[in-house]
Ligand binder design. Structure first.
Ligand code: ZN
Length: 320
């Protein structure tokens, strides 16, 4: 295939972070076997994913689905070219993640409002910023990298609207600790593209030259539009989940992450490279649908890509 040429002609590359093994699965009631989580990681890698949030190191009583964090880490594929992220909420989690010897990057979470921060991790919003900075520092001290996500950047399930200035202040404070990037997360799926464009632009200016990552849930159907708005405003990294699995324990009715295959389809068709293989993602969707014993939310997973391979060859034949 003329894959090289194709990439050469494309102007932009967006990095995708696969979060299905953690965010995708963590709110699923079905207890997914460790071996299936590892197979999901393997399929993501096979589809071209090079940064994967593999698990979280949290209290197993709070998040039973992540109780096998150590077992998942122990059997992760040995790949020098793949960055494995472990999500942690505090220093105890950071120590556990580091102790596995298999996590390359610590993901920390700050929460934009006090009420959500209390519910999610038992601390104030300011406390969560401090925890982020400590986690990033400990990652760097041990030769790992650290990144941070500002949860509920676009709206809070308890306090409603979130001031943009608050998010900017948090991003600025976290940036001082030296993360590889800062993410804006629409944890409960309330963002709209105009808000996304504005906030991504402002945060980008505030933390320059650090990149901005975005994390959207498709709860109200604005997920893909928000990804597009974020990219237009200069975000360069997008969290996605194969099949569009996921939810939020604090947001009733919250839908999953934007689906990897839906985002890859959109960007592929728009001439933006992601390094991911759509057909392999669709295969992964079918496999995961079997594991979960239900149809997954991703739309391209159901409809397939376009044009179909046989259409392509027909066109090529006509051109020849
Ligand atoms: Zn999420």
């Amino acid at each position: 295939m003329s894959e090289k040429l194709y990439t050469k002609s494309r102007k932009r590359v967006i990095e995708m972070v696969e979060v299905s093994p953690r965010d995708g699965l963590q709110n699923e009631k079905r207890d997914v076997a460790t071996i299936d989580k590892l197979a999901l990681v393997g399929r993501a890698i096979d589809a071209g994913s090079r940064r994967i949030e593999v698990t979280s190191f949290v209290n197993p009583r709070a998040v039973p689905q992540m109780a096998d964090a150590d077992a998942v880490c122990a059997d992760l594929p040995e790949r020098d070219d793949v960055i494995y992220i472990g999500l942690v909420m505090n220093m105890r989690g950071a120590e556990r993640a580091i102790a596995t010897g298999r996590i390359d990057q610590l993901g920390a979470v700050a929460v934009s409002t006090d009420q959500f921060a209390m519910a999610n991790q038992g601390q104030t919003s300011d406390g969560s910023v401090e925890a982020c900075r400590d986690i990033i520092a400990s990652a760097k001290e041990t030769g790992l990298t650290g990144q941070a996500t500002i949860a509920a950047s676009f709206g809070c399930p308890f306090e409603g609207e979130v001031e943009e200035d608050r998010v900017i202040a948090m991003a600025t404070a976290i940036a001082e600790a030296g993360p590889v990037e800062i993410a804006l997360a629409d944890t409960i799926g309330v963002a709209n593209p105009a808000h996304v464009e504005r906030l991504v632009t402002r945060v980008r200016e505030a933390i320059d030259p650090l990149p901005v990552r975005v994390h959207f849930h498709n709860t109200r159907g604005t997920g893909l539009a928000n990804v597009w708005a974020a990219i237009s405003a200069g975000a360069s990294i997008v969290d996605t989940s194969i099949g569009g699995l996921g939810g939020c324990p604090f947001a009733p009715g919250a839908a999953g992450n934007v689906a990897t295959e839906d985002v890859v389809y959109m960007l592929d068709r728009a001439g933006i490279a992601t390094g991911l293989d759509l057909e392999k993602l669709i295969e992964a969707n079918r496999w995961l649908s079997g594991v979960m014993e239900k149809e997954l939310p991703a739309m391209v997973g159901r409809a397939g890509g376009f044009p179909k391979p046989d259409m392509k060859s027909k066109r090529e034949r006509t051109n020849a």
